[in-house]
Structures are given as C-alpha cells and as structure tokens.
Design a protein around this ligand. Structure first.
Ligand SMILES: NC(=O)c1ccc[n+]([C@@H]2O[C@H](COP(=O)([O-])OP(=O)(O)OC[C@H]3O[C@@H](n4cnc5c(N)ncnc54)[C@H](O)[C@@H]3O)[C@@H](O)[C@H]2O)c1
Length: 325
C-alpha cells in the first residue's frame, strides 16, 4: 500500500508516519509513505525518519496543482493533515488559512479524483462546531465555526464531503479534539507552558482560565485515523476524542505540578478574541462501528509528554529562539 500523507512533517502527521513506518498498525504493515509538506514554520524534517527506505519526502505546497497532480498518481490512499493550524495566527491574519486549508484541500481533492486514488481521509477538528455549553456534539451537528481557523477547516470539510456526494470519491472526514504529545510546535498551550516552565519562565493564561477542552494523546488520534482509513464508511464523519475534559486552569495546575513549578509563574492575560468556551465530542459512532477507545490516560500522557520535552531540548530550543513563543 502507498499512502500519501500531507503535512507529514508536522506534529500529528509525523506521529502518524512514524507509527505506519514502525508497523504499529496491522492494516498498513509494510506500507510505503510519501510525505508532501511545505515545511512551513511548524513543519520539521527532524520529526521524520528521513533515512527509512519506505519514506519518500516531497517538499511542496498542497495548493500547487501542477505539483500535486504530479505526486498523487500511484498512491492507494491520501491522509490529509496539511493545514495552517493555530487559532491565534488565524486571528492575526486569516488569508494563509484560506489558501492552505480551503484552496489547498480542493486542489488535493481535484488531483486525487483525477488520479483515482483510493480512500481520502480528511483530518479535521471539533472546532468546526463552535462552542457547546452542555452535552456533546454528534457527527450530525451543524457546523458553526467562530475563529477564521475553524471556518477554514469547516469549509474544507464541506468541500471534502461534496467531492464524495458529487463525484463519488471515497472520502471520510475525521474531527478530533485537542491533541498533545511529543513533537508539538511550542506555540500551543501544552508545549508552550511545558517549555516555559522547564526554563523557569512565566506562562500566559487566557481570560478566567475557565475554557474547557477535551485532551487526546496524539497516538490515540493517529490510531483512530488508521481505523477510519481501514474500516470507516465512505462519505461519513467520525469523531475522535479523548474523554478528558479540563478547564485551562485545571490543565495549568497539572502542568505546573508535572514541571515542579508554582502558580506564581502564571500570568493572566486578556482573553483570546472570540474564544470558544467549551468543546465536547460524542465518540459513540467510532467506538461502536470501529472499536475505537482512547488508550493513553491524561496523567500518563502528560507525564510522558513532559519527560519528552525535558529530554529533547535540542528539538524545541531552536524553535523558541526563532520566535515560536
Ligand atoms: N493539533 C491539534 O490539536 C489538532 C486538533 C484537531 C485537528 N487538527 C488538525 O490536524 C492537522 C495537523 O495538525 P498539527 O497540529 O499537526 O499541525 P502542524 O502545524 O504541527 O502541522 C501542519 C503541517 O502542515 C504543513 N503545511 C502547512 N501548509 C502547507 C501547505 N500549503 N502545503 C503542504 N504542507 C503544508 C506544515 O509544514 C506542517 O508540517 C491539521 O489539519 C489540523 O487542523 C489538529
């Protein structure tokens, strides 16, 4: 099997590629992988086993139709991670989000259709639903995104589903909750806080710290994506969640403890514009149909993540110096 992985040099895409090449999934044992990645600020070849003979790396833009039409033929599946992924950056400037997340996705879909690749897994986010005060979203919930990032992801989800309904393409969409784990660029809350705290630096906590997120270890996310690639029903949406909801204040407390730091390093800052209050996914569908359940508990996952950042300063220090945080 030949799998094209877009955004495979980023945090989640590279975790998926490493798992495939380590033969962690029975359904993709011996699969070969082509990574197509622009190497934007968050893409990093140090995340990938570049010497592995089953890996081909192509540096390029998913919105480059000539390149994409050249690269796609011969692949059996596409797993599409490439995106601009940080909400704060989308608030500062939304255009790159539209170019990559919307135009880039349509460019890929067009090329995948022309090349008649098999399954196209479009990786998306719970943020497309907006915010929910009580209960959890099911896959039939209407999208109501608030940030430019979430709006661009919702747009690309709709285009991916339209390619299935209009052209009969074998498309499946996944929507997952907040990921954490090793190799995450130190701008998102967990790696930003951990790397600051390990250096004895303060951490910024938005607003009243009461925003609630569901936390999912990246390995559980990637396993869910693989289940969807192998067994998901065409044209469907599947949620992938962690079942670990915490306020940002609660998360901060756990990170302080894991890093051996105190609350005096926490600096309350003005809230993010349009900050969604709570995300919550119902994962009954993927659990019942595909047998998915998260395996990494939050305590264990946070502890191993902090251990990884402690042990891999040479990975994150240059990124912070370059201006990630
Ligand atoms: N991180 C999360 O918590 C989370 C949660 C839900 C969904 N997602 C989705 O998962 C996917 C991956 O997120 P991530 O956290 O790994 O992001 P990331 O920013 O770490 O990685 C994105 C990758 O895409 C590449 N890229 C960006 N623009 C590109 C372009 N035009 N052409 C080719 N490559 C390009 C980057 O170089 C990078 O390697 C995204 O689609 C995101 O929306 C992420």
């Amino acid at each position: 099997m030949r799998i094209l992985v877009t955004g495979g040099a980023g945090f989640i895409g590279s975790a998926y590629v490493r798992a495939v090449l380590n033969d962690e999934y029975a359904g993709s044992a011996d699969a070969s992988v082509t990574v197509l990645d622009l190497l934007s600020y968050s893409g990093n070849v140090a995340n990938l086993p570049m010497q592995n003979p089953r890996l081909t790396f192509v540096q390029g833009d998913i919105a480059d139709s000539t390149l994409v039409r050249d690269v796609l033929p011969g692949h059996d599946a596409v797993v599409h991670f490439a995106a601009e992924s940080h909400v704060d950056r989308s608030i500062a400037g939304a255009l790159p989000f539209v170019t990559t997340n919307v135009l880039g996705t349509q460019t890929l879909l067009d090329a995948a259709g022309a090349a008649r690749v098999g399954r196209f897994v479009h990786v998306s986010t719970d943020e497309v639903y907006g915010s929910i005060a009580h209960g959890s979203w099911t896959e039939t919930w209407p999208v109501a995104p608030n940030s430019p990032y979430a709006a661009s992801k919702a747009s690309s989800d709709l285009l991916a589903l339209a390619a299935h309904r209009t052209h009969g393409m074998d498309v499946v969409v996944t929507r997952c909750s907040n990921n954490y784990g090793p190799h995450q660029y130190p701008e998102k809350i967990i790696p930003l806080f951990v790397t600051n705290l390990l250096d004895g630096m303060p951490v910024p906590l938005y607003g009243d710290g009461g925003n609630i997120r569901d936390w999912l270890h990246v390995s559980d996310h990637c396993r869910g994506i693989q289940l969807v690639l192998e067994k998901g029903r065409s044209g469907e949406i599947y949620h992938i969640g962690g079942g670990s909801e915490l306020t940002n204040r609660e998360l901060t407390g756990r990170l302080l403890q894991a890093c051996g730091a105190d609350w005096d390093l926490v600096r309350p800052v003005a809230d993010r514009k349009g900050h969604d209050r709570r995300y919550s996914l119902d994962i009954t569908k993927i659990s019942d149909e595909l047998g998915y359940a998260p395996r990494v508990g939050l305590d264990e996952g946070l502890a191993s993540t902090v251990t990884w950042y402690r042990a891999n300063r040479d990975w994150w220090e240059p990124l912070k110096t370059r201006g990630a945080a």
